[in-house]
Design a protein around this ligand. Structure first.
Ligand code: S3P
Length: 440
């Protein structure tokens, strides 16, 4: 791949049906559950991106065999206590916060210390949010600067169940504590601010001892020790977070139309749909169905004549957390001022995304006011870009790259966007799909 992608013309109108790749959150969870199942688990359409491959490498290091052939992945689980490894083991979560955080929950009872490392971006991210609750169970941690990677986890055989309040709306923190609860005698209780619930859905589908009582703003989750996980064959649905780039591209292209097939529309993930509808975009679900505890549909979307500004309700934040960068590209064309608030978590992602969102808009000539947890965007329905724009040094955050490509194709100008290889973490065929849309 070249060092930069250069885009100097807007996309022409298109009418297409596409499929985006498998859901990253579900793919990683499938790998982790299967690694502790008894027997062979098979997945079709597993996302074969660097984050998911890092999960597969991780379970291999824990002694679990796996095979990837064409579109099928097999994991040969050896049961709930099947991890086997030598002393001085180092696991590498690479760029993946989900892998790095979730695996720690599963390692809470490990008999030998395990070191966890990650890439430059992951090494800047907060792991205290995981070490704190897992320490209450009885594990011990050494963290760089008391909060970062590299860290070492010292598991315990004498774990105690905990009561924990998850206040950030982080599915990674919630899931890590659920996994730790599954390794611990007694009843663990989590009061969790709403966030994506794939861990809970998969646990329920597998009949694991987990109970969720759903309230308006939070869930009460009760977890007991898991004795056995049955093997799990799974057809991974497409990722709405990958689809989001194509939804915004279509919305910004008048007279275009797109259908994205077989997308996971779990209610905890569809904030972008609510937001786009509020902004006047015509978007609908077709062929809805249920699949192994998840909801799936084709998403149909049409180019919009007029984009309305939005005062985005903070209750949608968690269900659209990975989509804000590209949503702001839509807000750039709205007739009026849009406002997004209570988003301090965004600066804790693969790159500081509030800051990067604002930077991209500034480069596009779109007025915006950013604080440490909010952004106000002064939309311009006649926005056209005629200048050179360079996007680089953004910690190789895949979503900064893809958002910039969508902005370039929607508004014109002469863009040079560095590090296209960043897409390999979540959406390796992103540029290929863009090229398909360009073909008339
Ligand atoms: C994810 C949870 C979210 C999201 C990430 C994937 C998951 O992170 O941003 O891309 O699979 O659990 P937080 O839980 O930290 O908000």
């Amino acid at each position: 791949m070249p060092n930069s992608v250069v885009i100097h013309s807007k996309i022409k109108k298109f009418k297409k049906i596409i499929s985006v790749s498998g859901d990253k959150s579900i793919s990683i969870r499938w790998v982790l559950f299967s690694s502790l199942a008894k027997g062979v688990s098979k997945a079709k359409n597993l996302l074969l991106s660097e984050d998911v491959l890092a999960a597969i490498k991780t379970i291999r290091k824990l002694g679990i065999r796996s095979e990837i052939k064409k579109n099928e992945c097999k994991i040969y689980g050896k049961g709930i206590n099947g991890y086997k490894y030598k002393k001085n083991l180092t696991l590498n979560a690479e760029n993946s916060g989900t892998l790095g955080r979730l695996i720690l929950g599963l390692l809470i009872n490990s008999s030998k210390p395990i070191k966890l490392i990650g890439d430059n971006s992951l090494s800047k991210r907060d792991f205290k949010r995981i070490a704190d609750p897992l320490t209450k169970f009885g594990a011990k941690f050494n963290l760089k600067n008391n909060k970062n990677l590299p860290l070492t986890i010292f598991g315990s055989k004498e774990l105690k169940p905990i009561k924990f309040t998850e206040k950030k709306g982080s599915a990674q923190v919630k899931s890590s504590v659920i996994f730790a609860g599954m390794r611990t005698n007694g009843l663990t209780f989590i009061k969790a601010k709403k966030s994506r619930n794939h861990t809970e859905s998969m646990s329920k589908y597998l009949n694991l001892p987990l109970k969720v009582i759903s309230k308006k703003n939070y869930d009460k989750i009760y977890v007991s020790k898991v004795k056995k996980i049955k093997n799990l064959n799974y057809n991974i649905p497409s990722d709405i977070s990958s689809g989001a780039f194509f939804m915004v591209l279509t919305a910004l292209s008048e007279n275009s139309q797109l259908v994205i097939k077989n997308v996971n529309i779990n209610p905890s993930r569809i904030g972008i749909i609510t937001i786009l509808k509020k902004m006047g975009v015509k978007i609908s679900f077709q062929n809805k169905k249920n699949y192994k505890g998840e909801k799936i549909a084709d998403i149909k979307i049409k180019g919009a004549k007029l984009i309305k500004p939005i005062n985005c309700p903070a209750r949608l934040n968690s269900s659209a957390i990975d989509e804000f960068l590209v949503i702001w590209i839509l807000a750039a064309k709205a007739k009026g001022i849009s406002y997004f608030k209570n988003l301090e978590e965004l600066n804790k992602k693969e790159s500081p995304r509030l800051i990067w969102g604002s930077r991209i808009l500034n480069k596009m000539g779109v007025k915006n006011i950013v604080t440490k947890n909010s952004i106000k965007i002064y939309g311009n329905p006649n926005l056209k870009i005629n200048k050179k724009i360079i996007i680089k040094n953004y910690l190789k955050d895949h979503r900064v790259f893809m958002t910039s490509v969508i902005a370039a194709l929607s508004f014109g100008g002469e863009w040079s966007i560095a590090n296209p290889e960043s897409i390999k973490t979540s959406f390796p065929n992103f540029l290929k799909l863009i090229n398909e849309l360009k073909k008339q």
